[in-house]
Design a protein around this ligand. Structure first.
Ligand SMILES: [Fe+2]
Ligand SMILES: [Fe+2]
Length: 284
């Protein structure tokens, strides 16, 4: 398997803005599907507070870094995550108006992150960050690499926004783990953090998606609900290959660059932000 050349890594925040005028998004904006629309709304709601936690965790341990390359990547990482948080807040407000409880999810995420910071050391918070960044990067690269995943989002502004977010998650996927290692983090702590957070993350998605569905009248249509649940095993984000990539994190010596993302990033950067890029008009 090819690896990414770390010297070619560029992490830089784009100044970008999306808009979701009222009436431009259908209630079930993910291909009319119940479960994935609620699940993605939940994930979007957790991003702003989650990404703030990532930034604080990286910042608190970044004092140990001597490598100028990594230092500059940390700055890029912070700029990217701050922009993601701001843009997800805008989307979350729209989703709240459409009936998804994103404000409540946002408050819960803030409480959970504050609890982590109270109970865990800065290095463990960074290990949790690196583990969650791995999840984000694998899902991001699945969206960028699988046409079926892109097709689910149709041609909505949510699709454009998630593609931009996915590019930047792939660009900075190594920053948290590199800072963790530079700060002296052990493999044991890194792997245990992933095991713990995987259970927490999977439970949160299942529980909150279910509760959210209970508040949606459309979910009481048995045919629609059964059809949506039956489609889950075919969801690109739950494919075997994706599960294997997530699981690879618990191997000793794992590094995100073990999987080459160069071609994927080149393609999407040109497609969205090149001369005829479809999102060039969104840049400020
Ligand atoms: Fe992000
Ligand atoms: Fe990230």
């Amino acid at each position: 398997m090819n690896a990414t050349d770390p010297t070619k890594r560029v992490v830089r925040a784009r100044r970008i803005q999306f808009a979701y005028p009222a009436g431009t998004l259908a209630r079930h904006y993910v291909d009319g599907d119940l479960v994935t629309s609620h699940a993605i709304a939940f994930l979007s709601a957790t991003f702003p507070e989650g990404e703030d936690f990532f930034v604080r965790s990286v910042r608190r341990c970044a004092g140990e870094i001597t490598d100028p390359e990594l230092k500059s990547q940390v700055q890029g990482f912070i700029g990217q995550e701050v922009t993601h948080g701001r843009e997800h807040r805008a989307l979350n407000e729209r989703l709240q108006e459409m009936g998804y409880p994103t404000r409540r999810w946002d408050r819960t995420t803030r409480r959970v992150m504050a609890r982590y910071e109270r109970f865990f050391s800065p290095l463990t918070c960074l290990a949790i960050t690196a583990a969650l960044e791995h999840f984000t990067a694998v899902f991001a690269e699945t969206l960028l690499g699988d046409e079926r995943a892109q097709a689910l989002l149709g041609s909505t502004e949510v699709r454009s926004m998630l593609l931009w977010h996915a590019i930047e998650e792939s660009e900075h996927r190594s920053v948290a783990i590199d800072v963790y290692r530079a700060a002296g983090g052990t493999e044991r702590r890194r792997i245990w953090a992933m095991r713990g957070i995987s259970i927490r993350f999977a439970t949160a998605i299942v529980v909150n998606t279910t509760l959210s569905l209970l508040g949606d009248r459309a979910a009481y249509n048995p045919i629609r609900l059964v059809r949506s649940l039956a489609a889950l095993p075919r969801l690109p984000f739950l494919a075997r290959a994706v599960q294997r990539r997530v699981g690879a994190y618990t191997k000793q010596g794992f590094h995100p660059d073990d999987t080459d993302n160069t071609a994927l990033l080149q393609y999407w950067t040109a497609e969205l932000f090149g001369e005829k890029g479809t999102l060039t008009d969104h840049l400020r």
